[in-house]
Design a binder for this molecule. Structure first.
Ligand SMILES: Cc1ncc(COP(=O)(O)O)c(C=O)c1O
Length: 400
């Protein structure tokens, strides 16, 4: 359409929206729909964090703040990086935005020129390639399939880097697979990056605290301190603190980059919500006990979903060690026909037929750049998960 920008034409509409819309339509029509598409914990924001937000309102902390965050929050973020990751940052190296999404967007907008390449392992969080396109860059998608545990190998990273590579986007534990890189696996990647000094690292550590079993989270600048000067370490309070609606994300990195990101934010949204910033101070400085309790629930749900999905012939569901997603392969079902007569030619056909025939909403793998798979979010009740997985089992077993 000629009245819209050329930039917009570079961006695809979100494929996840089609699934969500269809699920909403069926629900509105009275169908019994179970949504396994949520990208957020079903737990409420903890009371002590809510109280900090309420206190901020009562104390009149409701005005504009510095564009990229109040001093108290930047101090809490510096303390967090030191405590959790052994990384030293000063407040001038910290940026706070309206969600982790805005942090990533600011950084890409502030650094990309036409033709600049950004290496993105697939499956990826749906927004990375489109944010790169919006910022004028070129996403270079590198498959990291089930055979390597959905983790990028050093060889694949090496092969993807060109003189035009500006950023490598890294996400562990991952959305959509839940896969987390061990120290040694990450060191394999940082060793490659050490050979390419022009490549910067954007690490999206959003699921840092949602780690299970004995998985130890690590982040690139911690594993390879020599990368510190070209790493943007991104994080936020949305997922682990059950604060998706409060919209606070943050990052730390080189001061010049942080300044450039501030400039973008100053001419777009200005400061993130003042009340939310005060709540985030409490989230980072206050008790983290609830995270351990929530993670015990998530672990139980993960085990339930993985075992029920692995009972299905034609489905392979690896056990992830973080986030709240599983990403089973349906390679063994492609080419079959559902009981309702749908030909399962790809994972989109699978998700569409599953929703229409059973009322279970999942997101198909093509949306995340790696097929044939689907993503299940287990951030919902045990009862709903049991019922949904039972329906998925019956749906798959009914195929011919
Ligand atoms: C990997 C990843 N990064 C970033 C975000 C964005 O988080 P926020 O809600 O803080 O913008 C999400 C949210 O789904 C995510 O899954």
């Amino acid at each position: 359409m000629s009245d819209l920008s050329a930039t917009l034409s570079r961006v695809k509409p979100s494929p996840t929206i089609a699934v969500t819309t269809k699920a909403q339509e069926l629900k509105a029509a009275g169908r019994d729909v179970i949504g396994l598409g949520a990208g957020e914990p079903d737990f409420d924001t903890p009371d002590h964090i809510k109280a900090a937000g309420i206190r901020a309102i009562e104390e009149g902390k409701t005005k504009y703040t510095a564009v990229d965050g109040i001093a108290e929050l930047k101090a809490a973020i510096c303390a967090k990086f030191k405590r959790d990751n052994g990384l030293e940052y000063v407040p001038a190296q910290v940026s706070v935005a309206s969600g982790g999404k805005q942090i990533l967007y600011n950084a890409l907008m502030a650094t990309l020129n036409p033709g600049d390449e950004v290496v993105i392992p697939a499956p990826y969080w749906v927004s990375y390639p489109d944010m790169v396109l919006l910022a004028g860059g070129e996403p270079v998608v590198v498959p990291a399939g089930i055979e390597t545990g959905f983790k990028l190998t050093p060889e694949a990273l090496e092969a993807a880097i060109t003189p035009k590579t500006r950023w490598f986007i890294f996400n562990s534990p991952s959305n959509p697979t839940g896969a987390g890189y061990t120290w040694d696996e990450l060191k394999g990647l940082t060793d490659v990056l050490m050979r390419h000094p022009h490549v910067w690292v954007m690490t999206d550590d959003m699921y840092e605290h949602l780690a299970y079993d004995d998985f130890q989270f690590c982040t690139p600048a911690q594993v390879e301190p020599a990368l510190y000067d070209r790493t943007l370490t991104c994080n936020g309070v949305s997922k682990a603190y059950c604060m998706t609606g409060w919209r606070i994300g943050y990052a730390a990195g080189p001061e010049r980059l942080i300044g450039a990101m501030r400039k973008i934010q100053s001419q777009s949204t200005s400061n993130p919500c003042t009340i939310s910033q005060w709540a985030a101070v409490e989230a980072l400085n206050g008790s983290h006990d609830f995270i351990t309790e929530n993670n015990a629930v998530f672990t139980r749900r993960r085990d339930l979903v993985v075992s029920m999905l692995n009972e299905i012939e034609g489905v392979e569901c690896p056990v992830p060690n973080g986030a709240f997603y599983v990403y089973p392969s349906i390679a063994g079902l492609i080419g079959k026909t559902s009981a309702g007569g749908a030909l399962i030619e790809d994972d989109e056909a699978f998700a569409t037929a599953l929703l229409e025939e059973t009322g279970v909403a999942v997101v198909f793998g093509a949306a995340f750049g790696l097929s044939p798979n689907f993503r299940v979010s287990y951030a919902t009740s045990d009862t709903a998960l049991k019922e949904a997985c039972g329906r998925i089992q019956a749906f798959c077993e009914g195929m011919t």
